[in-house]
Write a new protein. Structure first.
Length: 351
């Protein structure tokens, strides 16, 4: 099995970028400073602001900085800050530097990691099963932002205190989400749990089933009648030589006071095949249906090819066939129209 496939199975508890970060300083006591960057450009017709799609260009940049300081042979202080970077200088108006992850914590070796801030949630073990394409649009836990404005994705949210560890083939994560006072999105508290168990089947490959759950409780003084948010998912990845298959099912529900709840039911299937050292092929199918909310439906088939120019630089080409419905007012229609096919060609350089 290739090293790249084995790396996916390792219990990496940091964000994907941090796992690829370059060490720019290494102290004699083992302390280090790491830097990660991603620069890219996409050309696509995913323009949802117009009736007729047009081809647009989009810069895609990320910058991360972090590292660790050694306390003793078992304990280190760790931290990471990663930002999404926009490139349209004249239009930025000082707002196009967005925090993806910002956290600090303690790594206690075999006793686990404790981190706090805008962490990489353990729920990413579930969302990553479907999140394999270059132009990402994760739909699992799509409604999390209706309850907690800080949750851009359910696996990236502020005010989180998280513990993660691995016990042999078992990876576990548990987090408590403190409340916030974001205007109109006041959150009282929340928590999440996730676990993954990797089963080595020898020549038959590896199986990595995952389960996860999250609940957010809204502040009682909110004016939008939101009371609670629940998300759960069950899925697995299967690895055999150069092939990776994924399947995940999830539900998320916004509970309101005095009105119908809004529920998403989602299943996704993915396949990734390393043809050789230069080429990777990907395909996937998504089915999402909402009841009680925006009534949106996503029925997407995605195909993608990646050409690796170097170990850290690639060209991606993809096409998404869509047969969905924006319903009564898709909460994502301004950037993720459920009814419009689109293509994407992208160049990505990582350092």
């Amino acid at each position: 099995m290739k090293k790249t496939v084995l790396a996916v199975l390792l219990p990496a508890m940091l964000v994907a970028g941090a796992a690829q970060a370059a060490t720019v300083y290494q102290g004699e006591d083992g302390s280090n400073v790491d830097v990660y960057g991603r620069l890219g450009f996409n050309v696509n017709d995913r323009d949802n602001d117009a009736d007729d799609s047009k081809v647009v260009g989009q810069f895609d940049g990320r910058l991360g900085l972090g590292g660790s300081q050694t306390v003793n042979d078992k304990v280190s202080v760790i931290g990471w800050a990663e930002y999404q970077v926009g490139a349209a200088e004249g239009k930025n108006e000082g707002s196009d530097l967005t925090a993806r992850y910002v956290w600090a914590g303690v790594d206690a070796s075999e006793y686990g990691k404790l981190t706090a801030g805008r962490v990489a949630s353990g729920l990413i073990m579930s969302t990553d099963i479907a999140d394999v394409f270059s132009l990402s649009d994760v739909t699992l836990a799509r409604q999390a932002g209706l309850v907690n404005k800080n949750a851009t994705q359910v696996f990236r949210q502020d005010d989180t205190l998280q513990y993660q560890n691995s016990f042999g083939a078992l990876d576990v994560s548990a987090a408590y989400i403190l409340g916030n006072n974001v205007t109109n999105y006041e959150t009282k508290n929340g928590y999440n749990l996730a676990a993954r168990y990797t089963i080595d089947m020898g020549n038959a490959g590896k199986l990595a089933p995952v389960v996860s759950y999250q609940q957010n409780n809204a502040d009682s003084d909110r004016s939008d009648n939101v009371d609670q948010y629940d998300f759960w998912a069950v899925g697995t990845r299967y690895y055999l030589n150069d092939l990776m298959l994924g399947a995940v099912y999830s539900e998320d529900e916004v509970t309101y006071k005095g009105q119908e709840n809004s529920q998403d039911k989602v299943y996704e299937l993915t396949a990734v095949y390393d043809v050789n050292a230069d080429w990777v092929l990907r395909a996937g199918y998504r089915n999402l249906e909402n009841t009680g909310g925006d009534e949106a439906k996503y029925k997407d088939t995605t195909v993608e090819a990646q050409y690796k120019m170097t170990d850290r630089s690639s060209i991606f080409t993809s096409y998404v066939f869509r047969d969905g419905d924006n319903g009564t007012g898709n909460i994502w229609s301004d950037w993720n129209n459920a009814e419009e096919n689109y293509f994407n060609v992208g160049l990505r350089y990582e350092f």
